[in-house]
Design a protein around this ligand. Structure first.
Ligand SMILES: Cc1cc2nc3c(=O)[nH]c(=O)nc-3n(C[C@H](O)[C@H](O)[C@H](O)COP(=O)(O)OP(=O)(O)OC[C@H]3O[C@@H](n4cnc5c(N)ncnc54)[C@H](O)[C@@H]3O)c2cc1C
Length: 426
């Protein structure tokens, strides 16, 4: 990955000198010799991108913008909800990111002026950039499901951003009487972590089976097909018969409104009064993407699949959950892979070189029980303006597998988490 930068260093220096001469007409972005890259979002995509940029070219001025001092990771947070993991195991600081040479602004980005190439921060200061990378993750669409707003989320948690919401859902499950009804509502695609709701249903199912066996869990789904479906359905039949029930779109699974006062979820055919309701509302790219003007009508960000540069605003790149990555799912693994490809492209672009087309990999593990894992993998490449599946690559865990195999995949799931968080934050 360092190759494009090294081979084009001379060209880059030549261009910088030429650009300096044209300073008055080309604006402040070219005024300094160290190109400035600002990265917004200190999660899986943003941190990976900032660190890769710095590793590829130590002369870049890289600033990471993130308001929180601690990042709480979503992968494995379903284990926290099921009571098998402490929230502290999900939390990571930025000390090593800063020690590694990335500058950090511990503030929220509130404004973006694409013409002036500057980012406004919550304290009123601004950061100038030559290239800007956005990895703000998701926002919940509190306007999209009737009855579900921020106040309702305090009663019917989404727990789709890890932290206090994760703990709230855990506390509700602990407080629930044996024999209670847990309902999870799942939105239509696209949303963060396609298999995540079904992993959550599985691990809550495990908790109920072992601690509150007279209880029941219903998944109300806005679609008829989902990631690793046959594997999940088979495993629920095997592990949680009569306890976990999935209701797809064509059987009335789509939740059309909720009533937080009574913990009721309303579908086209039915009403479900839950003891614990976990409502996953429709989502969109984090708000700063809309402020930057890089979202389209879907609420997500169209990008060039080679460089991750916005199709709408030049010099702004979008990676991770916020971008429209074609066949690539919204996962931490994807965000990390996209971050590296984007960093490489940004370094090439700043050096005036042509970015190389990436091949990107994603693997998602899901725990169906603490010692029972399943997985899906895919390989993606740019084609016809999108990231598309490389045919014949990837696949899921086999339907027929021994318990030892499933157990091994659960081990892989946890070691994947340790590996990626170690690489990103460690
Ligand atoms: C229950 C659950 C389980 C999951 N399990 C897996 C899994 O097993 N494997 C997997 O690969 N993925 C998993 N995911 C998905 C994964 O969490 C996301 O895909 C990943 O976090 C996306 O990375 P990102 O960089 O796009 O966003 P994030 O990691 O969410 O980072 C976004 C960051 O941007 C910051 N930010 C937002 N707006 C601003 C602003 N204006 N200024 C400054 N900073 C800002 C936020 O504070 C945040 O820190 C799971 C998700 C859930 C909900």
């Amino acid at each position: 990955m360092t190759q494009p930068h090294l081979t084009s260093r001379r060209t880059f220096l030549g261009q910088t000198a030429a650009a300096a001469a044209a300073l008055m007409v080309t604006g402040p972005a070219i005024a300094q010799t160290r190109p400035r890259v600002v990265v917004i979002g200190g999660g899986f995509g943003g941190v990976s991108c900032a660190r890769t940029l710095h590793a590829l070219d130590g002369k870049l001025d890289v600033t990471l913008v993130e308001p929180n001092r601690t990042f709480t990771a979503c992968p494995m947070s379903n284990e926290v909800i099921a009571g098998d993991r402490a929230i502290e195991a999900q939390q990571f600081g930025y000390d090593k990111v800063v020690a590694g040479g990335v500058k950090m602004a511990t503030k929220a980005a509130t404004k973006i002026d694409a013409a002036a190439r500057s980012v406004g921060l919550a304290d009123g200061t601004t950061l100038a950039y030559d290239r800007l990378v956005l990895s703000p993750g998701i926002d919940l669409r509190f306007d999209a499901l009737q009855g579900y707003d921020e106040a309702a989320a305090a009663r019917m948690p989404h727990a789709w951003k890890a932290g206090e919401q994760t703990l709230l859902l855990r506390r509700q499950l602990e407080a629930m009487d044996d024999g209670g009804l847990v309902v999870i509502s799942v939105p239509a695609n696209p949303y963060r972590c396609p298999p995540g709701p079904y992993e959550r249903a599985s691990l809550i199912g495990h908790y109920l089976k072992t601690k509150k066996p007279r209880s029941k869990l219903i998944i109300l789904d806005s679609k008829d097909a989902f990631s690793k479906q046959r594997l999940f359905l088979q495993a629920w039949q095997e592990l949680y018969p009569g306890l976990v029930e999935w209701v797809g779109l064509s059987h009335g699974g789509k939740v059309t409104s909720v009533d937080a006062a009574t913990n009721t979820l309303v579908t086209e055919f039915d009403k479900h009064k839950a003891a614990v309701a976990n409502v996953l509302p429709p989502q969109r790219a984090g708000q700063i993407a809309a402020i930057a003007g890089v979202t389209d009508r879907s609420g997500w960000c169209p990008i060039d699949p080679v460089t991750f540069e916005s199709k709408q605003v030049p010099n702004i790149h979008v990676i991770g959950d916020a971008c429209i990555a074609g066949g690539m799912p919204k996962s931490a693994f994807s965000a990390n892979a996209q971050a590296k490809a984007c960093a490489s492209a940004v370094v090439s672009l700043l050096a005036g070189a042509a970015p190389a087309a990436p091949k990107l990999i994603n693997t998602c593990y899901s725990l169906v029980a603490p010692d029972y894992g399943i997985s899906i993998a895919g390989v993606y490449q740019p084609k016809n303006g999108l990231l598309t599946d490389v045919e014949g690559a990837g696949g899921t865990s086999p339907l027929e597998a021994t318990l030892t195999f499933r157990n091994q995949e659960a081990v892989y799931a946890r070691s994947w988490f340790d590996t990626i968080t170690g690489e990103v934050f460690g």
